[in-house]
Ligand binder design. Structure first.
Ligand code: PLP
Length: 426
């Protein structure tokens, strides 16, 4: 199903087009293996000379259908599902970086990704420099080195809600001959399609709005097919020179625009094996079928909550790029004119202690380590995800000690606001 369909149609129908007599609903191919008639047929699959399924660690029809839907929604040439958003971010970098390489990342990113990049990838010999995404092009460019292989950012950062200037980041990446990788988890392709602004690779934690119902942890990598790896072949030997583990095949020669995503599947997934289970891919697909209906409702409710909070005198500050006075309002209008996401952050007068009391008093909104699902939920990073950090360290990470992350669901906004109101009174 190609790009001529609009996002709403792609959400419902892309990826699975049954033929005569086949199930209307995408089936769960709950099988590790796939049968062949001759040994020669299977050998050709192992040499990547023919496309086909042979082992679910590499590819599975249910997963591929869902990946194709996500690729269509983002406007990419191909996609791969992973077992989590963490795995997607790891593979996205590791597919083009090896020991001795370096990449540049926005410092305003999800804490788990910050740790993956700053601690775990360093142990593998891959170095990162974090940059303030709001810095000038010159300042960000200064972080690049001869061995830099990628630039990374989040469209809307979790939990600090900075909006990435994607065009600026794409210009910087391309002027240094490297791709821009964007984590588009919070807006989803319903609200922002980073490829249209110059990004080359998009990653997702599908655990969030895409699944939308908090049932399945998962991730995805999408390839735009636009980056010209061969034009910078010296930087990307993994894609542009023969892979001995596939009898000397060169990905860019054999797969053209699909080189990056094919390597991620055929080499990284083969060797590291963080697949999404077909059962989870099936649930993700059900979520995707209503993504275009849920996102506007999340945004509408979040806007109402943010406006209510910004007028309440118990509230010290509110971050939501839908508010006209917000620092990121203009960037959000440019990249996400129809709405951004359902997550609002704010602080209460009285700081950390008052935040905890407020959260304990909520009745409809649940305290959970999650964000971006249908049910309104809330988290206080200083007490939960970031509790090992001192107030000073929190500020360095860009997370204010009083920050409450409020993930607005798709219930009725009046009920959500009434819950906030009673908790503020308590
Ligand atoms: N990227 C973003 C923006 C996230 O918010 C998260 C998780 O919260 C991740 C990646 C990691 O995803 P997962 O929890 O699915 O591994």
């Amino acid at each position: 199903m190609a790009k001529q369909f609009k996002p709403e149609t792609l959400c419902v129908q892309a990826g699975w087009t049954p033929k005569k007599g086949e199930p209307r609903v995408l089936p769960i191919y709950q099988s590790t293996t796939f049968k062949y008639e001759t040994s020669e047929q299977m050998a050709r699959l192992f040499d990547l000379e023919e496309a086909g399924y042979f082992y679910t660690r590499l590819q599975n029809p249910t997963n591929d259908a869902v990946a194709a839907k996500i690729a269509a929604l983002e406007g990419g040439v191909g996609a791969m599902l992973t077992s989590s958003g963490q795995a997607a971010n790891f593979y996205a970098i590791f597919n083009i970086c090896q020991a001795g390489d370096h990449f540049v990342a926005s410092s305003c990113i999800y804490g788990g990704t910050f740790n993956l990049f700053g601690v775990t990838l360093k142990k593998l010999g891959i170095d990162v420099t974090f940059v303030n995404p709001d810095a000038s092009e010159e300042e960000i460019s200064a972080a690049f080195r001869p061995n830099t292989k990628a630039l990374f950012g989040e469209t809307i950062s979790n939990p600090t809600l900075e909006v990435l200037d994607i065009e600026k980041f794409a210009r910087i990446a391309h002027s240094h001959g490297v791709p821009l990788i964007v984590d588009n988890t919070f807006p989803t392709p319903i609200n922002c399609r980073p490829f249209e602004w110059g990004a080359d690779i998009v990653v997702h934690s599908t655990t969030k709005y895409m699944d939308g119902h908090a049932t399945s942890v998962g991730g995805a990598i999408v390839d735009s097919g636009n980056f010209d790896w061969d034009a910078h072949a010296d930087k990307f030997p993994g894609l542009c020179t023969p892979d001995e583990s596939y009898h000397g095949l060169t990905y860019t020669k054999a797969f053209g625009k699909m080189a990056y995503i094919t390597k991620a599947t055929a080499q990284l997934m083969r060797d590291l094996g963080s697949i999404q289970s077909p059962q989870n891919a099936f649930l993700l697909n059900l979520g995707l079928e209503t993504l275009h209906l849920r996102m506007p409702q999340h945004c509408k409710n979040a806007q109402a909550v943010a406006e209510y909070l910004s007028k309440n005198d118990k509230v010290a500050w509110v971050n939501y790029c839908g508010l006209p006075g917000d620092k990121y309002h203009d960037l959000a209008q440019k990249y996400m004119p129809n709405g951004s996401c359902g997550v609002v952050t704010f602080g209460l007068k009285g700081g950390r202690e008052v935040a905890i009391k407020f959260m304990d008093s909520l009745k409809l909104a649940a305290i959970v380590t999650h964000v971006a699902d249908a049910r309104t939920c809330v988290l206080h990073p200083a007490s939960h995800t970031h509790r090992q950090l001192s107030d000073e360290q929190l500020m360095e990470a860009g997370v204010r000690p009083d920050l409450i992350r409020f993930s607005v669901g798709i219930e009725n906004a009046d009920d959500i606001i009434a819950d906030i109101e009673q908790a503020l009174k308590a």
